[in-house]
Ligand binder design. Structure first.
Ligand code: 5AD
Length: 357
């Protein structure tokens, strides 16, 4: 069979799973993904300390509460000292990776971020992940040189028209796919992903998104349900109805996670915060049982935590210390253990051996 035909067949199979409503069949999909997870990345669940360093954003995304047009949102930017205190908190909780995340904040200059990365890498033996949005290639190079290990940038949807509509492009920075290519070339461990159930997202495009995870050979795959924010244009357009709309719920998100695990068995896949918001009792635990192997507790200084409201409800589940206690108990219940070491994805390690690092 030709390669194009095979790819087409795969996407149609993915789409069938996304549409599948048989509880029994979906249960089997989840069990299979869980088994693949166990074989490829083991029983360890890696914890990453998420530090939301700034909620300033120059972008006008229609889905995100941090968008520049949301005047109701009070803004903050952590000082280097505050960031170091958060890192210290994360390290004391036993985390060996910190993720520095922010809106697209022009005041986080190339040098400021590079200094921060150097400081963390000098002081602690941990991995540093950046998640600072679309930047220039030279920024990415300088930060890698400074010691950054990983970068997260979701492509959100592979439907170009939909992406342009909800994420107006900005001149002067790399677009999402260009940037993922640049990150790979520079040598980062590369993470991407999508939101599930964006208004206007169809089953067909979501199936294509999932096929792309494999094609891009992602090292990390983050997937969460779209959650409507009342202070965004998309959140206010609740009555919009689209044909073939993917629902933004836990089960659909878990299907995407399970399919991602099956297609990218060696990737690190988090049980995302948005899943915890969609279902505070079961969301993340469910994901850990159908392919996920990472959790990212919030380690932002408490005084800023409520202000990073990309979607509503986030503040209710983002207390790191409490979450960690609870998390340990929940992991024990699932017969899983907390990972030790920096938890590089086997996908990245394989590529390094194959291509040389
Ligand atoms: N609902 C769910 N996820 C969202 N994100 C941004 N806004 C929302 C929302 N309203 C996700 C995007 C982004 C990540 C940091 O948060 O996927 O990449």
């Amino acid at each position: 069979m030709g390669i194009a035909l095979e790819a087409d067949r795969k996407e149609r199979a993915i789409e069938r799973w996304l549409r599948c409503e048989s509880k029994k069949a979906v249960g089997e999909l989840f069990t299979h993904a869980d088994e693949i997870r166990r074989q490829h990345v083991g029983e360890e669940v890696y914890l990453r300390g998420l530090i939301e360093v700034s909620n300033y954003c120059r972008r006008a995304c229609l889905y995100c509460g941090l968008n520049i047009n949301n005047r109701k949102q009070a803004r903050y930017r952590m000082t280097s000292e505050e960031i170091m205190r958060s890192v210290d908190h994360a390290v004391k909780l036993g985390f060996e990776t910190v993720v520095l995340q922010s809106g697209e904040d022009g005041s986080l200059t190339t040098e400021l971020v590079a200094d921060m990365v150097r400081r963390i890498k000098d002081e602690y033996d941990i991995a540093v992940t950046l998640s600072l949005g679309e930047r220039t290639r030279s920024d990415l190079e300088v930060w890698k040189e400074a010691g950054a290990d990983r970068y997260l940038l979701r492509f959100e949807t592979s439907d170009e028209g939909l992406l342009r509509a909800i994420h107006p492009p900005l001149a002067g920075v790399l677009g999402r796919f260009e940037m993922l290519g640049a990150l790979r070339e520079i040598g980062y461990e590369v993470g991407s992903g999508v939101m599930v159930g964006i208004p206007g997202q169809t089953y067909k495009t979501l199936a294509h998104d999932i096929a792309l995870f494999e094609e891009l050979s992602l090292d990390m795959i983050g997937v969460g349900p779209y959650l409507a924010h009342p202070d965004t244009l998309l959140g206010q357009a609740a009555s919009l109805e689209f044909e073939d709309q993917v629902p933004a719920n836990v089960i659909m998100t878990c299907k995407v996670i399970a399919l991602a695990r099956i297609l990218c068995p060696d990737a690190n896949i988090p049980a995302t915060t948005a899943l915890g918001v969609a279902d505070s009792q079961q969301g993340r635990m469910h994901a850990l049982q159908c392919g996920a192997n990472v959790v990212m507790p919030n380690c932002t200084l408490p005084k800023y935590r409520d202000l990073y409201e990309i979607y509503p409800g986030k503040k209710d589940i983002s207390e790191a210390s409490a979450t960690v206690q609870e998390l340990y108990e929940q992991l024990k219940f699932l017969d899983r253990k907390v990972g030790t070491g920096v938890g590089t994805s086997p996908a990245y390690e394989h590529k390094n051996i194959l291509f040389g690092s």
